[in-house]
Design a protein around this ligand. Structure first.
Ligand SMILES: C[S@@+](CC[C@H](N)C(=O)[O-])C[C@H]1O[C@@H](n2cnc3c(N)ncnc32)[C@H](O)[C@@H]1O
Length: 464
């Protein structure tokens, strides 16, 4: 019945059959303590995670529960689960997102007085170093003559069409990096780096629309100067406030729940997570929409030293779940590792589309789709291994439109789960309209008069 609803794109939730899970869109997190620390294009909402835990844990009142998110992003599943006293494991390939997850999961262990004192020192010293930059900027003087000069240097291999930062902003960022690297506590250093990461694009000549592009291309003006210190200071003070709230909430649990954030490739999950050790998976893998997490976080990856050369980025791209079209379009034709006639038919259909465009036509996209679903198969096999009997994986996915053809990814994922001996309990529609990267169009006409829209759904798989 629930599967039927998804197939027909019919969402009767508002009428007889109210949805069990809240909208997963990150938007709502912008108000929530801890969750609001850093924006992420495809973050979950805290409310969605809370509903999923309530609905699908066999016994939500039990303490000794292990929650897994193999695509942890900035840690929404992990933080919400920790708050309920559950043990968590997160796997995340993107080092900046992994930093966010790590910092958020451990923030309640930071001593608030030590944090406040570090913030005050930072504010004072950052003002001393950046006020002369503002003065020189006002006078139109050479900014490179300002003293003291920062020790940090812009990342050599980071290239952008438009200078990523204007000179005054860049000098300020370099001073902030110096001050952060001087902080003695590793935990506070990481928290401050995350705060700086959260404003990096805001003070740059780029913006998310939703992919990273120059402000000028989006019809905006460049940021010639910005009050980096005030922006960062208000971020840090908000974080300090949230740390105190978080600590109070966590102190009710003895012993404290444990958090493990692994910066790595979740396709290797069986090497990282013990067999039959997980009580629930709540996750959202990258969609079949080619949203380029690596490219969109390039500034963070280079400026915080997570990568130093293009080949480091390549390595991350190759390890990304589903690969990227850009990395597989030229490869020899790929093959599905399993049999699913409905999926094979759609892949054949796109293979034949637009042959005159060569790899940019159906052939290249078919390769991408095959790689994506092969990774879905590996993921479901891993779920079977790590889940305890009777427990579930809640997997949020969206459909995609490739070369004008609709891929109901949620339905295929459910069927792939069954091929891996998991039981498909249901597919719950979550959102009928989705914004973001759809590859071609957010809605296209499918032959006759049917309009295909983008939607999101939760696939519920059970380990029997
Ligand atoms: C849809 S987002 C998940 C967002 C998350 N639910 C949240 O609330 O922040 C998908 C995430 O999967 C990560 N990812 C992609 N390939 C991965 C892989 N092979 N292993 C682990 N994480 C991966 C991406 O970097 C991205 O952060």
């Amino acid at each position: 019945m629930a599967i039927q609803r998804a197939l027909n794109l019919d969402f009767p939730g508002a009428q007889s059959d109210a949805p069990l899970l809240r909208d997963p869109a990150f938007e709502q997190n912008k108000q929530d303590a801890i969750h609001r620390w850093v924006p992420w294009i495809a973050g979950f909402s805290a409310g969605f995670v809370s509903d999923a835990l309530q609905q699908y844990l066999p016994d939500p009142g039990r303490r000794d529960v292990h929650v897994l998110d193999p695509f942890a992003g900035i840690g929404t599943t992990l933080v919400e689960s920790l708050r309920r006293g559950y043990h968590v494991t997160g796997i995340e390939i993107n080092p900046f997102a992994a930093l966010a997850s790590r910092v958020k999961c451990s923030a309640f262990t930071i001593e608030p007085d030590t944090l406040l004192s570090a913030i005050r020192t930072f504010e004072r010293e950052a003002r001393e170093r950046t006020d002369p930059i503002d003065a020189a900027f006002e006078r139109g003087d050479d900014l490179l003559q300002c003293t003291p000069a920062p020790r940090s240097r812009p990342p050599v291999a980071f290239r952008s069409r438009t200078p990523f930062f204007s000179p005054a902003v860049e000098q300020k960022i370099l001073h902030c990096l110096d001050l952060i690297s001087d902080v003695a506590s590793c935990q506070i250093r990481e928290l401050m780096s995350l705060a700086l990461g959260s404003i990096l694009v805001q003070v740059s000549n780029y913006s998310y629309e939703p992919s990273l592009g120059s402000r000028v291309a989006a019809g905006k003006t460049n940021v010639l100067n910005a009050d980096v210190v005030s922006l960062l200071s208000s971020r840090l003070r908000m974080m300090y406030h949230d740390v105190m709230v978080y600590r109070d909430a966590m102190m009710q649990w003895t012993p404290l729940p444990t958090a493990r954030v692994i910066e790595g490739d979740s396709r290797l999950m069986p090497q990282m997570v013990k067999e039959s050790s997980v009580d629930i998976v709540i996750t959202s893998p990258p969609y079949l929409n080619n949203y380029h997490y690596v490219r969109n976080t390039r500034p963070h990856l280079f400026w915080f030293g997570f990568v130093s050369k293009p080949s480091d980025l390549k390595r991350l791209e190759q390890a990304n779940f589903g690969k990227y079209w850009q990395t597989v379009r030229n490869a020899d034709p790929s093959k599905l590792q399993f049999e699913l006639p409905g999926l094979s038919r759609i892949i054949e259909e796109i293979t034949l589309r637009n042959p005159q465009k060569h790899v940019y036509g159906g052939k290249g996209w078919a390769n991408y789709a095959i790689e994506y679903f092969n990774d879905c198969y590996t993921l479901c096999q891993s779920f079977y291994r790590v889940l305890r009997k009777g427990t579930r994986a809640i997997v949020v996915l969206g459909n995609s439109i490739i070369q004008g053809v609709n891929f109901p990814t949620d339905l295929f994922f459910g069927q792939i789960g069954e091929l891996c001996h998991l039981k498909l309990d249901e597919i719950l529609p979550l959102r009928k309209k989705r914004v973001g990267n759809s590859i071609i169009n957010s809605s296209v006409r499918n032959g006759g008069s049917d309009v295909i829209s983008l939607y999101e759904a939760a696939v519920i798989l059970r380990r029997v």
